[in-house]
Design a protein. Structure first.
Length: 96
């Protein structure tokens, strides 16, 4: 509390395109300047939709392809941690 008034938490920048703002969509990660939630786009990716379709058809051009790439990368980091123990190259498991 500051000067007797409650202050709302500040938005958390999760990347160039993604933010978690307590004042928007209950603080769930969204793409900046939209109310498009990251989980919605990741769900589209998981369903096999092309990134071009996701950006230009599903969301009407409001998301650049780089925003989808960032969402996938952040999901990977959340799942595997910042330093994944191994990476996959040409179908083989190679130490990172």
């Amino acid at each position: 509390m500051k000067n007797g008034t409650a202050t709302s938490p500040e938005p958390t920048e999760l990347g160039r395109y993604i933010v978690a703002d307590p004042a928007i969509c209950h603080g769930k990660p969204t793409f900046k300047g939209t109310r498009i939630m990251v989980w919605q786009v990741l769900d589209d990716v998981a369903e096999g939709r092309s990134w071009d379709f996701i950006c230009n058809t599903r969301w009407g051009g409001r998301l650049p392809l780089a925003a989808v790439a960032e969402a996938v990368k952040l999901a990977e980091e959340a799942w595997l941690g910042r330093r994944a123990p191994a990476v996959r190259r040409r179908g083989e498991l190679v130490p990172a």
